[in-house]
Every structure is written in structure tokens, then in C-alpha cells.
Design a protein around this ligand. Structure first.
Ligand code: HEC
Length: 271
């Protein structure tokens, strides 16, 4: 009996995977936000919470007009990119392409490859040293690479069967409730976007991946997307998971795909 149920569950999963379609998922995603924020232009979703919170938007714009607190770190990232020979790795030698082509699904390993995993592998090959995933060097280098692609559009491709399975798993992770608070990413960043959670206004998940890695006042520095994932997981008292584990890479694959067509930006300041 158990076997039959398992087989049926697997079949159900396969059928839904066969139907996985980024375009229609994204259309529904965008339409949902259009209903909540009818007057917000699609392009403004790159500004996260500042697209809805006028008071903090003024502060945000003042910071961008001056010398943003991450400017020097991003410049250092560019120097480090050359110093450690990251321009010699095929995956990173063209930084604009590197930002646009990640995350992607590697057919040989059947894994999602994010920009940070590519940076870490290249760094290790060139220097023989390890690199940690959340902040510091990797965030500076990743931010510099992303800056080179500013103005280009996010364009995550989910084509093969394996890619669709990874995308579907990432989507399930994003919508699944977890932690002591029993909440999902979608509870805050889809269904309640624009509402307040304690002192914060909740940003829409659409556009979340256009300005990564981000500078956060709370961190007094930059952090990668997966560092931010861990902060949110900790806030709902869930297992924060290690950065770049398969579950989080799959979620990033889904999360970035939902922002397909939005422009990558160098304005990476957040509270
Ligand atoms: C209890 C509500 C809550 C849940 C659940 C939650 N977050 Fe957040 N998240 C926040 C708050 C508050 C912020 C800071 C304000 C903002 O930008 O939304 C934030 C910020 C973010 C940001 C940065 C946004 C930006 O513009 O830079 C990302 C990315 C993010 N969350 C992703 C996630 C993901 C992925 C999950 C699920 C693993 C998740 N969050 C779950 C409350 C939540």
C-alpha cells in the first residue's frame, strides 16, 4: 500500500514538474502585485521597500546621491577580482555575462550553479584557498561583477527536465511554511507585501534579486542573497540552513526567475 501511495505521489510530482512554466508562474506573480500596488511601475520593483515607503525613499535617494556606504567595498571587489585571477576562469572572465548567466542549471552535475558558487570555485582553483559564502570578499567580488551588468535584465532559463525539477523544488521551498512561527517566504513577501511586520514594511519578492549582494545598515556591510535568506529564516525561528546548500540554490533559481526581465541595479542599499 505504502509503495502504491509513494508511486502515486511521485507521479503527481512528475506531472506538476512537466507543467512547470516560468512564464505563467511569473505572470501570476506580477498580476498579484499589480493588484496590491496598482500605481507602481514594474521597473520600480528593483527598489524593494522604497517603492512603497515614501519617507524612507527620500533617505534612500539621498544616500544614493552621495557616496553610498558600499561604494569602496565594491571597488575593492573589482581589484580582488583581478588580484586573485578570477578573470582567468571561463565562468567569470566576462563579468557581465557571469551575472546574467547565473544562476543556471548544470546538466552534468544536475545542480543549480549560483554566481557565488562559481566565484568560490574559481577562487579556490586560482589561489588554493577557501572562501566563505556570506560576506566579506565573496560579497565584494559578487557585487562588483553585478555592477558590471547594471542595466541588463535578469534572464534565468529553466529549460531541461532537470532544471524544471530544481525550479519546482525551489518554488515549493518558497511557499512552504516552516519554523516556530510556521510561516513561508510568500506569507511575508507575497501575500502581505506592503503591510507592516513590527517596525518593517514588507517588500514584494518581485525584484528581490536585482540588487544583490546588498548592503544592510543592520550588518554595517554587505551580504550575499543567501545571507539574507538566513536572516529571514532565523527571524521565523526556522533552521537558517548553510548558504549555498541545494535547497537554497534551488530557491534562488525560482526566486531570480520570478524577476526575469527586471533590470539589475547597482543601488544595493537597504536598512
Ligand atoms: C515574518 C516575515 C518574513 C518572512 C516569513 C520572510 N521574510 Fe524576508 N524580509 C522580512 C523583512 C521584515 C525584511 C526587511 C524589509 C523588506 O525588505 O522586506 C525582509 C527582507 C528580505 C529580503 C531583502 C529585500 C531587499 O529588497 O533587499 C529578501 C531577499 C528576503 N527577505 C527573502 C526572504 C525569503 C526567501 C524568505 C523565505 C525563506 C523570507 N524572506 C521570509 C520579513 C520576512
Amino acid at each position: 500500500m505504502k509503495k502504491i501511495i509513494t508511486t502515486m505521489a511521485c507521479l503527481g510530482f512528475l506531472v506538476s514538474v512537466a507543467l512547470a512554466d516560468v512564464k505563467s508562474d511569473q505572470k501570476a506573480f506580477i498580476n498579484h502585485f499589480k493588484t496590491i500596488f496598482p500605481s507602481v511601475e514594474l521597473a520600480d520593483y528593483t527598489n524593494g521597500v522604497y517603492m512603497i515607503d515614501q519617507d524612507s525613499r527620500e533617505q534612500f535617494e539621498e544616500i544614493l546621491d552621495g557616496i553610498p556606504p558600499y561604494e569602496e567595498a565594491v571597488e575593492d571587489g573589482g581589484k580582488e577580482y583581478l588580484k586573485f585571477g578570477l578573470n582567468k576562469c571561463v565562468s567569470l572572465k566576462d563579468p557581465v555575462a557571469a551575472r546574467i548567466q547565473h544562476p543556471y542549471f548544470n546538466e552534468a552535475t544536475q545542480q543549480v550553479v549560483t554566481l557565488e558558487t562559481a566565484i568560490k570555485n574559481c577562487y579556490q582553483n586560482q589561489t588554493g584557498n577557501k572562501l566563505s559564502y556570506n560576506k566579506g570578499k565573496i560579497a565584494r567580488i559578487s557585487a562588483w561583477i553585478s555592477d558590471q551588468a547594471a542595466g541588463q535584465k535578469i534572464n534565468v532559463k529553466v529549460e531541461s527536465f532537470g532544471a524544471k525539477v530544481a525550479y519546482e523544488k525551489g518554488k515549493i521551498f518558497f511557499y512552504a511554511k516552516r519554523g516556530q512561527f510556521n510561516m513561508s517566504c510568500a506569507d511575508c513577501h507575497v501575500y502581505n507585501a506592503g503591510k507592516k511586520a513590527r517596525a518593517d514594511i514588507l517588500s514584494p519578492a518581485l525584484g528581490h534579486t536585482t540588487h544583490i549582494p546588498m548592503y544592510r545598515v543592520k550588518w554595517t556591510g554587505m551580504g550575499t542573497l543567501h545571507r539574507r535568506y538566513s536572516s529571514c529564516l532565523k527571524n521565523i525561528r526556522a533552521n537558517p540552513l548553510k548558504p549555498q546548500t541545494e535547497a537554497l540554490r534551488n530557491m534562488e533559481f525560482f526566486h531570480q526567475a520570478m524577476s526575469n526581465g527586471l533590470k539589475i541595479t547597482a543601488d544595493r542599499y537597504r536598512k
